[in-house]
Design a protein around this ligand. Sequence first.
Ligand code: NAD
Ligand code: TYD
Length: 348
Amino acid sequence: MLKLLITGGCGFIGSHVVRLFVEKYPDYHIYNLDALTYAGNLENLVDVESNSNYTFIKGDIIDEAFVNKLFEDYKFDNVIHLAAESHVDRSIEDPLAFVKTNVIGTMVLLNAFKNLWKNNFNNKRFYHISTDEVYGTLGETGLFTESTSYDPNSPYSASKASSDHFVRAYGETYGLPYIITNCSNNYGPNQFPEKLIPLFINNIINNKPLPVYGDGNYTRDWLYVVDHARAIDVAFHDGVNGETYNIGGFNEWKNIDLVKLLCAQMDIELGRPEGTSENLITFVKDRPGHDLRYAIDASKIKNELGWEPSLIFEEGLKKTIHWYLNNEEWLNNVTSGEYQNYYQKQYN
Ligand code: NAD
Ligand code: TYD
């Protein structure tokens, strides 16, 4: 039985990846290593937690002795590494936390994997999940390709860029078989409501202001999270060692246009008069170092591995809204406690 370690499986994207692999591959054993930070939630995986091919392990990827012992005990054949600090605004507040988890944590995993298999990397693979933000910002035109130079602007993207470099360096130096994928902004069920879409859904439900940074003319390329999980499945199985693949939604939106669409859809779902949610839009102080535009050229993964997004944005957004409206308990649980302090500090 193939032993697959997935890190960060209790987070937003990780939970969708764990679910897909546990359900689709009964002959794999999936080990989910997660520290359960504010962003990790066991509730995200209640539907698969009792499957016989699934094991949850609580632990911190920074803890070298613990991680080394785990690799020695379980002898994971493959790793899909998603655990990270993932929010740009938090990285501006506390950059060192991002270096610890995203850089050192990745190094600890790389070392443990290398030390376990260094004499025979046959059929082994370390799959590192990264972001398009490592490329920095685009102007009004152009797309990020796999050969775009790294030029990160936030502590978050700098930490992810650094981890990507270490993964490549382990490939070059130690022959460690790896692949890296760099994906655009994800949205969908289970995303922590500090990121744009779930934050604004939650604020609309509660009639709170929608804090649009700057003039709102920033562009992101949005991908439904289940489509990202599908891409990870394809890249994990069919990707070529030593390669990187960009993953994107072919779906660029200026923040302000996206927020207006979200407001219109929320008014319909909540049975509120047209324009009610849009009235909550409030332009606030811009994010420092705010990247103007991200847009992915995902033609390599499309042409070489046959992956493309399955949902159009309007459909994905509707599914997302329905999920949040049907899971108010989840939303209430994650927005109590520490979240209130974060919100106060960030938006006051
Ligand atoms: P998330 O913040 O929702 O989840 C991160 C998970 O990692 C949580 O379950 C958390 O408990 C866990 N974790 C954090 N620090 C840990 C540590 N030290 N040890 C063990 N576990 C730890 O993040 P996400 O949005 O699901 O992102 C997952 C990965 O995908 C990240 O590597 C991120 O950089 C990348 N990514 C995210 C997006 C996006 O739009 N969200 C886009 C592209 C790439
Ligand atoms: P976010 O969801 O934080 O993702 P990222 O910074 O990784 O792209 O933000 C998406 C966009 O929305 C980004 O341009 C910043 C903007 N934004 C706001 O305007 N207001 C907010 O409160 C947040 C969280 C984000």
